[in-house]
Design a protein around this ligand. Structure first.
Ligand SMILES: *[C@@H]1O[C@H](CO)[C@@H](O)[C@H](O)[C@H]1NC(C)=O
Ligand SMILES: *[C@@H]1O[C@H](CO)[C@@H](O)[C@H](O)[C@H]1NC(C)=O
Ligand SMILES: *[C@@H]1O[C@H](CO)[C@@H](O)[C@H](O)[C@H]1NC(C)=O
Ligand SMILES: *[C@@H]1O[C@H](CO)[C@@H](O)[C@H](O)[C@H]1NC(C)=O
Length: 388
């Protein structure tokens, strides 16, 4: 008996001292064989380690980092860059794909994920010109957390979250700001012909796209791009807070197409600067079996908006609105604490089909500076005073 207690104590002491050692010197005890420093090592390292590091890797032409993580953690360190595929690359392909459950992906301080988007950019984005791969798809991931990533120059759409639940993305920094410049002025190796008419070379460089996903939180992040900061195409229970968006098209719901349903999108405490729009909901004029319900935007600061401070339009078409709003219901839109300035465009613009918009509650909206005066249509009474 005495021996057993003694042995138990000894084991306990050993365990405790081991724990202390591990806590005190995490790097010394991190298995060096769980760090992948070449592209070829990634798959085996990630499959054999619960926590692995991908450090200073160049992903070869047409390569992708594919992570299927079940309860595992992957951390990025150093500079990870993706070689440009000279002939272009299908948008169905991605530079990083994450699937799995209870997965954690972390960017360690000082790392960079460089998509070399500047080598693909031609002003045409996903609409025309050379084909461009998306940066990262988070697909069929359940309970996945992605934090601290520093992404530079995504070729086209950056983060696409699809068919996923219980997702947290935080402290993400997307810097595709180099794409603000015309193609001719970019310093780069490859030059695809400019199909964007000399405007910004980056295009369709959306920050976060969400479709078919529920319970998604995106917070404490910064996006510098040339398209939507957030685009919710379908899904529910989406939370977007404490984010800063610059250079793009606004914090958007849509574009809503046939069959797409969005409910419960809550945006709060965000800043939108140097962007075409601030708050934006867009539904295709010809969409059916689609709806937008229960949306809140609260405490949003706008600065240097060039088109619309707030825009809700039922006549969306890629390439230009039709002026004839369709029937997609846009119900329960609560806006409060929206402040800021528009330069040249319109402070608030709403175009709803007959009866399509209802149950809105707007308060405390102060947007100034807009000079355009497109007529508002179909605005619920509770919001009418703000649309002029
Ligand atoms: C790393 O070493 C541990 C212990 O020797 C082993 O179990 C594991 O398979 C190794 N992992 C790799 C990627 O070689
Ligand atoms: C939403 O996802 C988070 C992160 O996985 C989780 O902690 C939370 O419980 C989920 N909420 C619901 C209502 O499922
Ligand atoms: C609002 O977001 C900013 C980051 O843009 C953050 O610093 C601040 O703490 C947030 N405020 C609240 C009340 O969460
Ligand atoms: C709207 O969203 C909030 C927050 O997610 C939720 O509590 C509420 O039940 C939703 N209301 C409807 C009508 O869906």
């Amino acid at each position: 008996m005495a021996n057993k207690i003694g042995f138990g104590n000894l084991v306990l002491t050993l365990v405790l001292s081991l724990l202390t050692t591990v806590t005190a010197t995490p790097y010394a005890t991190f298995p060096t064989n769980c760090t992948a420093t070449t592209f070829a090592d990634i798959a085996s390292v990630v499959s054999s380690c619960m926590t692995s590091i991908i450090q200073g890797v160049t992903v070869p032409v047409d390569g992708a980092i594919t992570l299927n993580l079940k309860g595992k953690t992957v951390q990025f360190a150093g500079k990870i860059s993706w070689a440009h595929t000279p002939g272009g690359r299908s948008p169905a392909e991605v530079l990083i794909r994450l699937t799995g459950s209870d997965a954690t992906v972390i960017g360690l301080p000082g790392h960079i994920l460089h998509g070399n988007g500047q080598e693909y950019w031609d002003g045409g984005g996903g609409n025309k010109g050379v084909l461009k791969p998306k940066f990262m798809r988070i697909e069929k991931c359940n309970g996945c957390t992605i934090s601290g990533l520093h992404v530079v120059n995504a070729p086209v759409h950056t983060f696409a979250i699809s068919g996923s639940n219980n997702i947290i993305m935080e402290n993400i920094y997307l810097d595709s700001s180099m794409g603000d410049k015309p193609c001719a002025s970019l310093s780069r190796t490859n030059k695809h012909p400019d199909v964007g008419g000399g405007k910004s070379c980056g295009h369709n460089s959306d920050g976060f796209g969400v479709s078919g996903s529920t319970n998604v939180t995106i917070r404490n992040s910064r996006v510098e791009n040339q398209d939507d900061c957030l685009a919710v195409n379908s899904g529910s229970d989406i939370h977007f807070m404490n984010n800063h968006c610059s250079g793009g098209h606004g914090i958007s719901i849509g574009s809503i197409k046939t069959g797409a349903k969005v409910s419960g999108v809550h945006v709060s405490n965000c800043t939108i600067t140097k962007s075409e729009n601030g708050v934006r909901i867009k539904t295709y004029d010809d969409a059916t079996d689609a709806s937008v319900t229960n949306v809140t935007y609260k405490d949003i600061k706008l600065e240097g908006i060039t088109k619309n401070g707030i825009v809700i339009q039922g006549d969306y078409r890629n390439g230009g609105p039709t002026g004839k709003p369709g029937k997609v219901p846009i119900k329960g839109v609560t806006l409060s604490g929206i402040r800021g300035t528009v330069r040249g465009g319109q402070n608030v613009y709403v175009l709803c089909g007959p009866g399509a918009c209802s149950g809105w509650s707007w308060s405390d909206i102060r947007i100034e500076g807009g000079s355009s005066k497109k007529a508002c249509q179909g605005v619920p009474a509770a919001a009418a005073a703000y649309c002029k």
